[in-house]
Design a protein around this ligand. Sequence first.
Ligand SMILES: *Cc1c(COP(=O)(O)O)cnc(C)c1O
Length: 460
Amino acid sequence: MSSSVSPATSAHPASEQLKRWDREIVWHGFTQMAEYEPLVIDRAEGCTLIDVDGRRLIDGVSSLWCNVHGHRHPKIDNAIRGQLDKIAHCTSLGSSNSTTVELSKRLVDITPEGLSHVFYAGDGASGVEVALKMAFQYWQQCDTPRPTKKKFIALGQAYHGDTIGSVSLGGIDLFHSLFGPLLFHVERVPAPDTYRLPEGVSQEDACDYYIGQLEELLAREHEQIAAMVVEPLVQGAAGMIMQPPGYLRRVRELTERYDVLLVVDEVATGFGRTGTMFACEQEGVAPDLLCVAKGLTGGYLAMSATLANDRVYNAFLGEYADLRSFFHGHTYGGNPLAAAAAIATLDVFEEEHTIAGLSAKIGRIEQHLERIARLPHVGSVRQRGMMVGIELVQNCETKEPFDWQERRGARACQHATENGVWLRPLGNVVVVMPPLAISLNEIDQIMTAAENGIVAATTD
Ligand SMILES: *Cc1c(COP(=O)(O)O)cnc(C)c1O
């Protein structure tokens, strides 16, 4: 048996050996290891992943929402190789490097008005931590300090990452309640969900209703609130919850009126995912702090950026002895290899007119969803650009969910994976979120596999 080949006698361990080590040694996130079935990817071509047995799988969720232009894009590959000939890493604490400076200028140029300073960290969660600490420190030391402003507002079912600060903001009970004793208190307003509306609230009234809830909270608590943190347009990990049009714009108006900073978390929505470069653009919103990560490097390397406007940034300027510096920094923040990948990613957006090319793909997904929406256990199909959630329910009339223990979403995705399309669900929501580089033909394959998986998982 090939698994008896040891690494000492072979340049690369055989696939059975790798799968055994993967099952026994590697501890995977959000995965029950006792029942884990190894899926070990070895390489990729474009939007297709290839595992150690040579099995080909279309990457239907962008390697967890981060791949943008496909895998092994020559432009991005070459940018990283070129950077290796200069330097792989140097620190951003008190010094800089040419590639990271260039990326910073590019980011300021493409993000919403007023965001003119960039702070780097390693992943989305730490980018959110940076925004939280900036907002907190801001009120302690701005021109007219407001030391009572120490709390944050977050949305119901929010997801901002898995570190303790970002979990405190999080509102997904399944992930977050266990850690309750470690978390700080957050003021929460209901998730602006247009599928599961509260009793008596119509679609037309949804925006007014959710904004009303927020205004009540702000009117009462604004003296205590440092910032509000939102995922714009779509709450991804919550199950692709879609906000009513106008919600984000009115959140911006209210936070301005009540003098509360607005932090927008575009870790999932940024870099074209919702059909525009940033989701904020669709509502004409410029936040005080913006977090980006996942798609920033095209899905190649770990990097996040937290962008701040002058109002926030200027509060951190002063004499050395004033102790107004931002007291935070990560060893690998601003890593030049990641920055090179990010610059190349932005270049590809321009050269391949990626955003302009999306409307045909978005339309194609929509066509498939019209059909899938009519399946007996599909309660809702939700799409914003290239972000899609298909919610499976027990009863479409009452929206009664399937028992989570039946794992309908996982079964649908497992079926799709066996048919050549790798998908990963969020509970009973089947997620489709392919790389922006996906072809129309690949979209057809993904949507057909998702449909067949849903039929298989809901017929019993
Ligand atoms: C994925 C995600 C994060 C966390 O990013 P990591 O890189 O996984 O730490 C934060 N916010 C949102 C909206 C996300 O989707």
